[in-house]
Design a protein around this ligand. Structure first.
Ligand code: PLP
Length: 398
């Protein structure tokens, strides 16, 4: 069944004339997601936070089921966390790296992840190696194959980078990781909610994601998947009374499920909101969302080619609904501000968020227009006319 665009529009909490092309930053929550959080906050205020959580135990448990359904795993493999970074850190720093161990990653790797590699390179002597990209821009699976040796401890890949439409071939990479028994960590922060993500198909050991982006959930929530067969071999970097039990005065026992990576205190309103957002996406259907977004993004990329002096920067054999471009002679941060005058939200992607990719491709600051299924063609047309006006005014002022 195709997406019921009318009901999607009616579920928005925004003003009619706002054009939000920033789902890769923080998307727009449907009313149901907002209401779910407000209800929980009201309950907390009226009966007490602990009592509210106890009363809503079944709903809180259901968040795990929603995540499990979304990514095709078991509930015992899900940890609910504050954001994608915390999830990713919990996985990464739980791995027992030794000096000389190699981490293989992609050219488009996200800044926070890369900083962690650098930290371990400095502190533990791990070696970071960048997998070359193909001529179309995604990770080269054949190059990866050639880089394998017994020192490779981790393959760590961002599915969709922060700075553009590239979609990395995480299933093909997963086949190699599985065949060679190498730990495989996937940062799916920009893809969950936008593309179907199935951890069994990907064959990853870990996958991290956030709520506020393509899932259309609230800020301050996210999740981590950890494959059940490896949980007991991992040592979380931080533990508390949630992740472990203090058995005797001088010993503790870590949990055997993915809650080993959680901590005790939570913003339950936000987590419930994330669960509701996942259910909303599942109701619409991930395949429907992907298909609709692909049409919209193709249309935007095609339209943008008509603007003189505009450069499109997206690479990759497969591209998603994140569209990046720059206008000759106008700073992207200025374009972002000027578009706000037309009620159009976009974001600006800076080289420091993906420094290797930015240096290799000599990227300037980019305008990032990230589309989602509540957007439509008329909004693309308005973006185009706004950009044309901005461009014309710039050319006249020269
Ligand atoms: C590729 C990628 N990974 C991770 C993150 C971090 O996500 P969070 O802010 O939820 O921790 C981002 C945020 O923009 C991102 O783009």
């Amino acid at each position: 069944m195709p997406i019921d665009l009318n009901s999607v529009q009616q579920d928005l909490c925004t003003e009619q004339n706002l054009i939000h092309f920033n789902s890769a930053g923080a998307s727009l929550m449907p009313k149901q997601v907002l209401d779910c959080q407000i209800q929980h906050l009201l309950l907390e205020a009226s009966i007490g936070g602990y009592e509210a959580a106890r009363k809503k135990t079944a709903d809180i448990d259901a968040i795990y089921s929603s995540v499990a359904k979304l990514i095709n795993c078991e509930i015992s493999e899900v940890a609910l966390v504050e954001n994608a970074t915390i999830g990713w850190f919990s996985a990464f720093y739980a791995i027992d790296f030794k000096a000389g161990d190699k981490i293989l990653t992609a050219q488009s790797e996200y800044g926070s992840n890369y900083l962690s590699y650098l930290q371990l390179a400095r502190e533990k002597g791990v070696v970071i190696e960048i997998i070359p990209s193909t001529s179309s821009g995604e990770v080269s699976v054949s190059a990866l194959q050639k880089m394998l040796d017994d020192k490779v401890k981790l393959i760590s890949i961002t599915h969709i980078p922060t700075n553009g439409g590239l979609v990395n071939p995480i299933v093909e990479i997963g086949k190699i990781a599985a065949a060679n028994n190498i730990l495989y960590l996937v940062d799916a922060c920009q893809s969950v909610g936008q593309l179907s993500v199935d951890v069994k198909e990907i064959q990853c050991d870990f996958l991290s994601a956030t709520s506020r982006k393509y899932l259309r959930g609230p800020r301050g929530a996210g999740f981590l998947y950890v494959r059940k067969t490896i949980i007991s071999s991992l040592n979380p970097p931080l533990i508390d009374v949630r992740s472990a039990t203090w058995n005797t005065l001088d010993s503790y026992q870590l949990r055997h499920d993915a809650k080993r990576f959680e901590n005790w205190e939570n913003n339950y309103a936000a987590l419930l909101g994330m669960g509701c957002a996942i259910d909303y996406a599942l109701h619409i259907g991930m395949h429907n969302i992907t298909a609709y977004n692909a049409v919209l993004a193709k249309s935007l990329r095609h339209s943008l080619t008509k603007i003189k002096g505009l450069s499109l920067w997206d690479i990759g054999r497969e591209q998603c609904a994140i569209v990046t471009f720059s206008l000759q002679g106008i700073e992207s941060s200025k374009v972002q501000v000027l578009l706000l005058e037309y009620n159009i939200n976009v974001s600006c992607s800076r080289p420091t968020s993906t420094l290797i990719d930015a240096s290799t491709r000599q990227l300037p600051d980019l305008v990032r227009a990230s589309l989602h299924y509540f957007n439509h063609q008329a909004q693309i047309d308005l973006l185009l006319s706004a950009l044309s006006e901005i461009n014309d005014q710039h050319l006249k002022s020269k």
